[in-house]
Design a protein around this ligand. Structure first.
Ligand SMILES: N[C@@H](CC=O)C(=O)O
Length: 317
């Protein structure tokens, strides 16, 4: 049965499965990171019982941090999660490969479940260059497994067959976080990517599970509600039909109320994810991003919260 990969316990991706919640940086008016609110946010995520917490995806604004801030964020995540025995993944992502390798080296010392990396992202890499970079990253990571993050907005987005060729020589990469596609993409993913844990966008997770491809999501749904996303993920193992029905309503909510803010008004993905968290209201994060990126006016939150509650009673806190 297709769902088997989601339930398979012997995958190389180990505990990196299910519903993973991102850190979102609470930003003060002077553009500094509010570490006290960040601490509270991590504690809320732990209390929500998510499968794991990760830092420094796009939503974590890895592209707009000093190295000292990077270290402070990862240390805080590692300390809180280790004390609570919550699995965590450190995002060592950086478009500059030299800075990225240094981040990987420092991240490995925190003993995360895995380290997440992107490919060098100024000059687009060839397949061979991608493998070479990942070999260097694997060396820097030592014994810590790695997840490759291939977002749809990366300089080069590789097809499943290309990804398999790039990753096969680097066994330390145990998973791939990517954008999925239509049924032909899923067919290719089943054929070429069975050896890796596949993480699809949060609001596509039920489809990814039903297609026998996804083992989890680094999830935008967890931005909206970490506990709701966790309940929905659990439902996938017991009632995939019902979880697909929830996904349908989720997709409609995002398409109608959230996506136009990017498509029409040009807000970034991180701005949308912070808006989702403000709609969920489970922690004091705020919608503010670090400049120069624009954030969404929080005055639209109350109306969207009502709409989300009406459309998604299973997800909303
Ligand atoms: N693509 C996102 C997923 C969360 O919404 C990220 O990891 O930044």
């Amino acid at each position: 049965m297709a769902i088997a990969k989601f339930e398979r316990q012997d995958g190389r991706w180990g505990r990196i499965r299910g519903n993973w919640a991102t850190l979102l940086l609470p930003i003060n008016e002077d553009d500094s990171i509010d570490f006290s609110r960040l601490t509270d946010e991590i504690d809320q995520l732990i209390a929500a019982g998510v499968d794991g917490i990760y830092s420094n995806g796009t939503a974590g604004e890895f592209h707009n941090q000093t190295e000292a801030e990077f270290d402070d964020i990862q240390q805080l995540l590692a300390d809180r999660c280790s004390a609570a025995a919550t699995p965590f993944v450190v995002g060592a992502c950086q478009p500059d490969p030299r800075i990225s390798l240094e981040r990987v080296r420092r991240a490995a010392k925190l003993k995360p479940e895995a380290i997440q990396v992107i490919l060098p992202d100024w000059w687009p890499v060839t397949g061979a260059e991608a493998t070479d970079f990942l070999r260097m990253a694997a060396e820097a990571a030592g014994s810590v497994p790695m997840i490759l993050y291939q977002p749809p907005h990366a300089k080069r987005v590789f097809a499943p067959t290309e990804l398999a060729a790039i990753l096969a020589p680097v066994p330390q990469i145990v998973g791939i976080k990517l954008g999925d596609g239509e049924s032909s993409w899923y067919e290719q993913a089943r054929q070429w990517l069975d050896a890796w844990g596949i993480y699809v966008p949060g609001h596509h997770l039920a489809t990814g599970v039903e297609q026998g491809v996804a083992v989890g999501a680094f999830s935008n749904v967890a931005c909206l509600s970490p506990s709701g996303a966790q309940r929905w993920t659990a439902l996938m193992a017991s009632d995939i039909a019902q979880s697909l029905e929830v996904e349908k309503r989720l997709r409609t909510f995002l398409e109608v109320h959230i996506a136009p803010l990017a498509k029409v008004h040009g807000y970034s993905n991180a701005a949308l994810d912070k808006l989702l968290a403000a709609i969920g209201g489970w922690a004091d994060i705020g919608t503010r991003l670090r400049r120069p990126y624009r954030w969404i006016d929080p005055s639209i939150v109350p109306e969207l919260r009502e709409k989300a509650r009406a459309a998604l009673p299973e997800i909303m806190p």
